[in-house]
Design a protein around this ligand. Structure first.
Ligand code: S5P
Length: 272
């Protein structure tokens, strides 16, 4: 199977957010994103402080966390930001926006979460069409104080998901190609969605959930693959691991196992 270019060489002509990401991945030798799906805010911050050195990104679901007040939300996002600076990782709010452009602008900047202010990266479904990209893009480019990036969900890990129907993936890709200043990559099972129809896969980052070394799936259709398969065979760039790490008896030791497995698979597939 074909080899791929290094993260470092892809950083050279990348936009600001990917430049930062590829750079810190090489520096820390990690392509692991941990999905910290706990509901207790102090438990979340505690584990992030411990696994921070091993990850390139921390993924949150801000709307599953039990906050006692709006002030508690502010203090959480401030602490998260401080940890991202301390350990040099990016923050990815897994919001999965899915509405018309005008509505997602409000959801992205407003409400009680003010996502654009603290999340380096967020994601959206392509289902509503290109207006979701331009809507979020306008907030990103005009209101954010630092570089931001959007991932489109091109594929999902869950059984029976509809991304394989008709032209869904091809049209998602087209939306990304039309807006490379906004879309920095994909949630996908590998890089094939791009390599099948062009040679611009290096312009995007590919992030893959559904990674677990111990389980095959869960009771609700989640489907798991190994880091070796996702990075080595499918040529994704980043593994996203939730319960494999956060439910482990020793999350820090297990995070190191995923980091090492993901990095080894990357080194094997890479040319300088
Ligand atoms: O297709 C997807 C897309 C995402 S972002 N499948 C997923 O599982 N996710 C997210 O990845 C999901 O919302 C969860 O936060 C994480 C996977 O968690 P795990 O515990 O199954 O590893």
């Amino acid at each position: 199977s074909a080899q791929t270019r290094s993260y470092a060489s892809r950083a050279e002509k990348a936009n600001p957010i990917l430049k930062k990401l590829f750079g810190l991945m090489e520096e820390k030798k990690t392509n692991l994103c941990v999905s910290v799906d706990y509901t207790d805010p102090s438990k979340i911050l505690d584990i992030i402080d411990k696994v921070g050195p091993k990850v390139c990104m921390v993924k949150t679901h801000i709307d599953i966390i039990s906050f006692s007040s709006v002030d508690a939300i502010r203090s959480f996002t401030a602490s998260l930001t401080a940890l991202s600076q301390k350990h040099n990782f990016l923050i990815f709010e897994d919001r999965k926006f899915a509405d018309i452009g005008s509505t997602v602008q409000h959801q992205y900047r407003g409400g009680v979460y003010n996502i654009v202010e603290w999340a380096h990266i967020t994601n959206a479904h392509s289902f509503p069409g290109p207006g979701i990209v331009t809507g979020l893009g306008e907030v990103m480019l005009k209101e954010a104080k630092e570089p931001r990036g959007l991932l489109l969900l091109a594929e999902m890990s869950s059984a029976g998901n509809l991304s394989t129907e008709g032209a869904y993936r091809a049209k998602t890709l087209q939306m990304a190609r039309d807006h490379k200043d906004i879309v920095c990559g994909f949630i996908a099972m590998g890089n094939q969605i791009v390599t099948e129809s062009g040679d611009d896969s290096d312009d995007f980052i590919f992030m893959t959930p559904g990674v677990n070394l111990a389980d095959k799936g869960d009771a609700h259709g989640q489907q798991y693959q190994s880091p070796e398969f996702v990075i080595g065979e499918k040529k994704s760039d980043i593994i996203i691991v939730g319960r494999g790490i956060i439910k482990a008896e020793d999350p820090v030791a297990v995070a190191e196992k995923y980091r090492a497995a993901g990095w080894e698979a990357y080194e094997k597939r890479t040319v300088a």
